[in-house]
Structure formats: C-alpha cells, structure tokens
Ligand binder design. Structure first.
Ligand code: GDP
Length: 302
C-alpha cells in the first residue's frame, strides 16, 4: 500500500520531497536556504503557521546537532513533518453496529469534490470487511447524482435508497435510508448529500435538517467532510462553512493524485482540529486509502 501511495504522490514529491531535500543538501545551509525551504512549504499549501513552526523547529535542531549531512537533515525533516501531521490523532472510522442500530455515516462536501465516488469506494472497503452496507442518495437535486450513487452501489453489491423524483426532500430520503437500514439490520448506512454551495444558506439548512431527521431514528456516528486537495485554500474555506453546521468527525481528502500540494493535509487538520481519515488517490474503485501520518510523510519525502 505504501508503494502505491508513493507512486500516486509523485506530484507532491516534486515540490515537497525532492525540492526540500535538494535545498537541505546544499553545502551551506544559510538564510537563503531557509527562506527557500519556507517558500517550498508554503507552495505546497502547508499554511503559514505550520510552515513557520516546521522551519523554526528544523533550524533549531540542525543547529543543536551541528549537522550538515543530508541524511541527518532529512531524518530531522521527516520527524518534524510527522509531528505536524500528528500521528496521535484517532483516524479510525466509526463503522461498528451499536446494539440494535447500524452505524450511521453522513458524507458532506461541495459538488464535484468526489463525495459520491468516495461513498462508492468506501462501501467497497466495508463490504470487503464483511459488512452489510446500505446507501442513501440524499442529493435529490441532480437526477444524475442518485443514479451515479446507485451505479456505484450495484458495482460493489449494495442497495441504494433513493427517490426518483428530482427535488424530493433530501431529509425524507435520508430518513427512509436509515429506517430501512435499521429494519434490514445492516451494519452501516451511508448517506450521500447535496453540495450546492451557490445557495449557502439553503444548503446548510438542508444539511442540518437531514441530520436532525436522521437523529429521530439513530445517532449519527460519523460525518465525513470530503475536500478536493487540488483546491487549496478554497477547500479550507469550505471546511469552515460546513463545520459551522455539522459536527465533522473526519476529513476525506480526494484527488491527492493530482496535486503537488500535499501540505494541505496539515493546514486543514490545524484549521478544523479534525483528522484526515481517508485519502482519494484516483477515480477507480480501489483508489481510497486510510490516511497514516508516517506513511504519508514517507511518500512525500521518497
Ligand atoms: P461529488 O459531486 O462530490 O459527488 O463528486 P463525484 O464523486 O461525482 O466526483 C467528481 C469527479 O472527481 C469524478 O470525475 C470523479 O471520478 C473524480 N474523483 C473523485 N475522487 C477522485 C480522486 O481521488 N482522484 C481523482 N483523480 N479523481 C477523483
């Protein structure tokens, strides 16, 4: 898996890994080099504060150790990056049945970030773990959305609760899905939601209603916010908007295969205080991986 992650993160490599290592391998690590290190980290979307923190820590440690060897500096950089990505965060998914109830998961995010694809990929992972999964298509605004989710469902062998009426009440579809999930005694119900941010107030009202209505039947265990890694700061802004309405329990960062800006992981976790739990590394059914701090940093620095 690590090798796959490495292969998929080649683009991130070119900025963060190779760029930084080249800089830190120079004969003389002077002010200019540190400035360039800073620039590189900022370019990789690490965010201002984490960048300063990393560079300060690294400078101090290089100084204390009096080292110039690229291997030593690389090891220090690796350690400091891992600290920033935070290996202590709990990244496990809440997908266990609790007594008579399935685990309930809501997946939120702006249109086009990869929500439906993520639900499909994750359903596949859960099915492979022998779990019974039911999908709910609460994005009733676009006819194609429910269709796309149902297609993923068929592909991975799970049923999808949906309405065939465009513009049907998303909350009632979500309610039906959870109700069916309880009746059918499935392990996990995953609800895909709409993400039209053009009408921010409408969307947020809709989301909170979906959640409220589900909670009449069962507790919501996991609210995953899906963000597109290629959108940088935009993703951060979306995250803030969503976190005002729902209590986000984890982030899925998609399209990491298409960006040189892997540093956004750190920026988002810092801003929200919520762990990145999964990463999307492509469009295929297998292209979803659990996020692990050390493996991620190793992939970046490879
Ligand atoms: P939604 O509107 O949020 O439900 O987004 P979709 O699931 O429809 O995905 C939008 C587009 O992004 C589709 O073309 C997906 O195939 C693509 N996509 C989703 N996840 C990834 C990923 O991790 N990497 C890449 N390269 N493409 C992705």
């Amino acid at each position: 898996r690590l090798n796959r992650l490495r292969a998929r993160l080649v683009k991130s490599n070119s900025i963060l890994g190779k760029g930084l290592l080249a800089l830190l391998s120079s004969d003389k690590i002077d002010e200019n080099v540190w400035d360039e290190v800073e620039e590189t980290l900022l370019l990789a979307d690490l965010g201002t504060e984490p960048t300063m923190q990393l560079v300060d820590a690294l400078r101090a440690r290089v100084k204390v150790q009096g080292t110039r060897s690229p291997e030593d500096v690389k090891a220090l950089l690796r350690e400091e990056l891992i600290k920033l990505v935070d290996p202590t965060m709990d990244r496990s998914l809440n997908v266990e049945r609790k007594g008579a109830h399935p685990a309930i998961m809501i997946v939120v995010g702006v249109n086009g970030v990869g929500k439906t694809t993520t639900v499909g990929k994750l359903a596949r992972v859960l099915v492979a773990e022998d779990k019974d999964v039911l999908l709910g298509a609460a994005d009733t605004f676009r006819a194609a959305a429910a269709e796309q989710l149902a297609t993923w469902g068929q592909r991975v062998g799970v049923a999808t609760v949906r309405s065939h009426v465009v513009g049907a009440d998303p909350a009632s579809v979500a309610y039906e899905a959870v109700k069916s999930g309880i009746e059918q005694e499935v392990d996990v119900v995953m609800i895909d939601t709409a993400g039209r941010l053009q009408n921010k107030v409408g969307l947020m009202d809709e989301l909170s209603k979906v959640k409220r209505v589900i909670e009449k039947l069962a507790e919501v265990d996991e609210v995953l916010l899906v963000l597109d890694a290629t959108t940088g700061q935009n993703g951060l802004n979306q995250a803030k908007v969503f976190s005002e309405v729902v209590n986000i329990t984890g982030i899925v960062l998609t399209k990491l295969d298409g960006t040189a800006k892997g540093g956004i992981v750190v920026a988002i976790q810092k801003a929200l205080g919520v762990p990145v739990k999964l990463v999307g590394l492509g469009e295929g059914p297998d292209d979803l991986a659990p996020f692990e701090a050390e493996a991620f940093v190793d992939a970046l620095l490879n």
